[in-house]
Design a protein around this ligand. Structure first.
Ligand SMILES: *[C@@H]1O[C@H](CO)[C@@H](O)[C@H](O)[C@H]1NC(C)=O
Length: 128
């Protein structure tokens, strides 16, 4: 994204101090959400867990999962949007929109999958 932004034109309309401040605020928010999620889930829970059947003991519901169901995806989107605003970059905005759509699709697939594997585990536990 930074490579694309550097190579494309900046947008005069976005070259404003307040737009830049909003971008910085979004990046702070996004970093808090992403780093907070990572601290709660750990490396395994973040990148591998569900797909390899390594489940958490229980669903994590404390911060940042109490402010968003998918804090890592939306935090990451906030980071991209912040970067685009700070860079006054129209191509940054377009790439952010693409990222958001891809995350939205991922959430739609991943959400039910995660529910399902935790449901299956709780059913297995009841049988034991
Ligand atoms: C989420 O949890 C944090 C502390 O873990 C708390 O300060 C915050 O108010 C909570 N937010 C919501 C929306 O419940």
């Amino acid at each position: 994204m930074t490579v694309a932004m550097r190579q494309q034109a900046r947008w005069d309309l976005m070259e404003r101090t307040d737009v830049c401040y909003v971008g910085v605020a979004l990046m702070v928010l996004g970093t808090v959400l992403v780093a907070g999620s990572f601290l709660r889930l750990g490396f395994t829970g973040t990148f591998l867990g569900d797909y390899f059947g390594i489940l958490m003991e229980e669903k994590v519901t404390c911060f940042p999962f109490n402010v968003s169901e998918n804090p890592m995806y939306w935090g990451s989107t906030a980071n991209y949007l912040g970067l685009a605003l700070i860079g006054a970059s129209p191509v940054g905005l377009i790439l952010t929109a693409i990222v958001a759509v891809v995350y939205k699709v991922a959430i739609r697939i991943e959400g039910p999958f995660t529910e399902q594997i935790y449901l299956e585990r709780s059913q297995r536990r009841k049988l034991q």
